[in-house]
Design a protein around this ligand. Structure first.
Ligand SMILES: [Cu+2]
Length: 153
């Protein structure tokens, strides 16, 4: 996704590109490799004329919901909380994907099985908040799957 131009992204999502103004949250899904934690992946699409920053996410599915990123240091993948939110430029997109940024659910209030839905409220600060629903799909294939399963987490 990083190598795609904005024009290429618009071509991939022609319907969304024509839809209403504001922040679009597309294709949210969740994975949960154990009864205590899960991770949510989605695409943020900013149709506003200003940059918007995802500050935090709330959900009743977990005691704590954090924004995390993965980064590689000396060949080792590390995961940690994102400081200062995730900024999406005006007219831009940002993908939360396995091996990269994700929403982390810590201390699940119920075990998550395939097909369960998780209600999320995303706080974009001055840009307001948006709600979406992520569906649990542990079978979903992903290009970066080898880094994002949270097995030791
Ligand atoms: Cu995480």
């Amino acid at each position: 996704m990083k190598t795609l131009t904005l024009a290429a992204v618009a071509a991939l999502f022609p319907v969304a590109a024509l839809a209403h103004d504001g922040m679009h949250i597309n294709d949210a899904y969740a994975r949960s490799a154990n009864p205590k934690t899960g991770a949510i992946f989605l695409t943020l699409e900013n149709h506003r004329k200003v940059a918007c920053s995802l500050q935090s996410v709330a959900s009743d599915a977990a005691d704590r919901v954090e924004l995390h990123s993965h980064s590689e240091e000396n060949g080792v993948m590390r995961m940690g909380a994102i400081e200062g939110g995730i900024t999406v430029p005006a007219g831009g997109t940002h993908q939360l994907a396995r091996g990269g940024d994700h929403v982390m659910l810590m201390g699940l209030t119920r075990p998550l099985a395939d097909g369960d839905s998780i209600d999320l409220t995303l706080d974009f600060g001055d840009c307001g908040s948006e709600t979406t629903t992520a569906v649990v799909d542990n079978q979903r294939e992903d290009a970066a799957a080898e880094h994002g399963d949270h097995a030791g987490h």
